[in-house]
Design a binder for this molecule. Structure first.
Ligand SMILES: C[S@@+](CC[C@H](N)C(=O)[O-])C[C@H]1O[C@@H](n2cnc3c(N)ncnc32)[C@H](O)[C@@H]1O
Length: 433
């Protein structure tokens, strides 16, 4: 069906007019009617590209020469830009990166949730995440967690090439924080699979040499200004990588939900209890917070972090299992068929409440999935805050939330990952009138 559209093949050089940005860190162009996802370009540019991959019904390409540049194009600050797969937008002025991300959110909501965000007064604006130190945001030096890959042949530490297992040796990563850089992981040989560096908000730097079994044991502490509290976690456990992200997201979630004393709140995909702690403080001793998390070390830390809040209960397990709904796994082809054959309705946990006033969802990239979303709306909360690192998953789940009697009341978007195509969105849902 697609074979006769374009005869271009990987390795070919072609000239293209670049169209709009698309989710995933590339722009869309057309070659003989076929879609081409082009990296390292900007909308409106004319470029010479090399075809890098032939997909089913589309091509992938990378710019090799800019024939007519966009005014938003800049010289990448990093000399590994375009080679290392870590950053997508080093060639784009920071303000324009945020406009591109906003365009992606707008497009994903239109396509996957059939919502015109501007039409409901929620046209997305991608905001900077303020640094707790007050330092200026130039898009660099924000990453407090970096897992360096190690080249199995040479032992050199580096970062992976785009869509490849190849390791690009680097001397420094400009988006990493200076303390991560000063840990001295690059520029020496390692007998390891990878080396992970974490800088905490207290300035401690932990280097974990992987394989993970050996590394997963070091306790660290992160301070959250919005809560004026320290949370303990494993050095390799989940924590936001931008130093201002956790505190910013707590503030936004509390602002959206406005928890009241005595209310019952759920924190789903709760990690070490960041939002659970925020909610427990607000609902107070007469309220209740139930946190659900599948990673056992994280739930153990969450219990410690919430130890002074007797109104908080931490449940170990998958949200979908504990709600008694089929598992949500978004994977292609054979895996998806296998997953759907496995799909069964587990027996839910009696510890999950039958109703709630407030729900926070902060799932991994795959999103919560329709079944979990339906289970959440069935609790009839007066407010749901959905924290999402993938706008596509958020838009898909938004469609389900809306089908189940809720309306989108707010949307905040944050550039928690400058220079990359990633962003964080927080959506607020309330019962539809
Ligand atoms: C994006 S993190 C959010 C963690 C926490 N809310 C925070 O802000 O620190 C997602 C969390 O969901 C957990 N997780 C992934 N799949 C899960 C599932 N099916 N059920 C429960 N937790 C899950 C991961 O272990 C991870 O801690």
């Amino acid at each position: 069906m697609h074979a006769d559209l374009s005869s271009a093949a990987p390795g070919d050089l072609v000239e293209l007019e670049v169209g709009p940005v698309a989710h995933g860190g590339h722009c869309v162009a057309r070659l003989d009617g076929q879609v081409v996802f082009v990296r390292h370009t900007l909308p409106g540019e004319r470029v010479r590209v090399r075809i890098t991959e032939q997909g089913k019904g589309f091509l992938r390409a990378d710019a090799v020469e800019i024939l007519a540049a966009s005014p938003a194009r800049v010289t990448p600050p990093c000399r590994f830009a375009g080679v290392c797969g870590g950053c997508d937008f080093q060639h784009v002025a920071l303000a324009e990166q945020r406009l591109l991300k906003a365009a992606v959110v707008r497009e994903q909501f239109e396509r996957l949730a059939r919502i015109d965000l501007a039409g409901i007064g929620l046209d997305p604006v991608v905001e900077a995440v303020p640094f707790p130190s007050g330092r200026e945001d130039n898009g660099l030096g924000w990453r407090t967690r970096v897992e360096f890959a190690v080249d199995p042949e040479t032992g050199a530490a580096g970062l992976r090439r785009h869509r490849s297992h190849d390791v690009v040796p680097i001397d420094r990563c400009l988006i990493a924080s200076s303390r991560v850089t000063d840990a001295g992981v690059t520029g020496r040989e390692w007998d390891a699979e990878a080396v992970d560096v974490t800088e905490t908000s207290h300035g401690e730097v932990v280097v974990s040499v992987l394989p993970a079994q050996r590394a997963r044991s070091r306790r660290i502490v992160e301070y959250v200004p919005a809560l004026d509290a320290d949370l303990a976690l494993d050095a390799r456990g989940f924590w936001q990588v931008h130093p201002g992200a956790a505190t910013t997201f707590v503030d936004v979630v509390l602002d959206m939900l406005g928890p009241q004393a005595g209310e019952r709140a759920l924190d789903l995909y709760s990690g070490v209890g960041l939002f659970a702690l925020a909610l427990a403080d607000r609902v107070g001793p007469l309220g209740q917070v139930v946190a659900i998390e599948s990673d056992e070390p994280a739930t153990a830390y969450a219990r410690d972090n919430l130890a002074e809040h007797r109104q908080a209960l931490v449940l170990d397990g998958r949200v979908d299992d504990l709600f008694g709904v089929p598992r949500h796994e978004r994977s292609g082809g054979r895996n998806r068929r296998r997953a759907s054959r496995r799909a069964r309705r587990p027996v839910g946990s009696p510890l999950v409440p039958q109703s709630a006033d407030l729900v926070v969802l902060d799932p991994p990239r795959t999103g919560a999935g329709a079944e979990v979303v339906r289970a959440v709306t069935a609790l009839r909360p007066r407010g749901i805050a959905y924290v999402a690192c993938d706008p596509a998953a958020l838009a898909r789940d938004t469609a389900t939330v809306l089908e189940n009697g809720y309306a989108l009341a707010g949307l905040r978007c944050f550039d928690a990952f400058p220079m990359t195509h990633h962003l964080e969105c927080i959506a607020h849902f309330v019962p539809a009138r």
